[in-house]
Design a protein around this ligand. Sequence first.
Ligand code: ADP
Ligand code: NA
Length: 350
Amino acid sequence: SFKPLVFSGVQPTGNLHLGNYLGAIRKFVSLQNEHDCIYCVVDMHSITAQLVHEDLASQTRSITAAYLACGIDPTKHIVFNQSRVMQHAELAWIFNCVARIGWMNRMTQFKDKAGKDRENASLGLLAYPSLMAADILLYRATHVPVGDDQKQHIELTRDIAIKFNNDFSHRIADLGIGVELMMGEEKVNGFFPLTEPMIEGPATRVMSLRDGSKKMSKSDPSDLSRINLTDDADTISKKIRKARTDPEALPSELAGLKDRPEADNLIGIYAALSDQTREAVITEYGGQQFSVFKPALADLAVEKLAPIASEMRRIQADTAYVDAVLKDGGERARTIAEGTMKQVRQIIGF
Ligand code: ADP
Ligand code: NA
C-alpha cells in the first residue's frame, strides 16, 4: 500500500486569517510529528481568479513566514512554492484530459468564484481542481488537511485517481508499477492513491464575524469580517467586540446554538483556540451574556495569535532565509515530482 504522506497548500492571496489558521495551518503543524509532510504555497492557483498581482513574490514569502512562524520545521519536512516545480503544470495538463468538464462545472467553489458571468471566468478557474489534484498526486500524498470548503475538491482528486488508475490499469500492470489499494471491498493495483481529506475539530469552517452565513475569507471586502494573523492585540479585541451576534445569552446546551450561527461560530473558535470541545465551552459559558464571553474570547485569541504575528514579522524581515527555505524545499519537491512524472510519462506513452 501507499506510504502515508501529508500534503497541503495555501494560496498567496491577501491576508492569512483565523480560518486559514484553525482550518489548515494549525493542523499542518500538529501532523508533522508523526508524518512526512509537504506544505506548498500554491502560487499558480492564485492567478486563476486574478491574473495580475502587485506583490505575488512578497505574498509567497509572507505565507512561507506564516508556516514557519506557526512551527513547521522546513528541515524535517518540505516547504516550497508551486511554481518552482513545473511538474505540477505537467501533471495538471494530463489530469485536464482525465477529468470531465461536467465534474468541474459541479464544483461549488467555481460557481461561487465565477459568479453570474461564468463565460468570462478564466479557464484556469474552471480547471483549478485539476491542478489541485496534480499538487496532491504528484507526491502520491495519502492525506490532505484542509478546511471544510475543500472537501469537494479532495473528492474530485479521488475521482481523477480512480479514473486514471482504471483507464491505464493494463499499462500500470505491464510496467509492474502498481501499488495495492482498496477500492471499497475490492483490492486493486493503482498508480495513484485514493487521498483522504483530514477535516476534523471544532473549527473546520470558520464563519465571517460580520455575517454568520458566509465563511471567513481573504477576499471579503470587510476587514472586520476576519481576524488576520498579522492583526495586533487591539485590532483583534476590537473585531471580536464588534462581531455580529444576537442579543440572547449563550445557551446551556449545544442544541441551543442551532439557529444561532454567529454564536455557534464564536463558540467553535473558542473551542479550537483553547483545544477544548464545544461541549466544554458551553459548560463553562452557558447562560452568560456576550458581554462576558467576548472579552474572554478576545483575551484567548490575543494570547494565541500575538506570538505568531511577532514571529511572522521577525521571519519575514529575513528575506534571504525565507528564499533559501523555498529554494531548498523546491529542489527536494522536484526530485520526488520528477520520479512520479517519469512513470506517468511511461504510462501515457510519451
Ligand atoms: P481562502 O479560502 O481564504 O482564499 P485558501 O483557498 O488559500 O484560502 O485556503 C487555505 C486553507 O485554509 C484551505 O485548507 C482552506 O480549506 C482553509 N480555509 C479557508 N477559509 C477557511 C475558513 N473560513 N474556515 C476554515 N478553513 C478555511
Ligand atoms: Na479556499
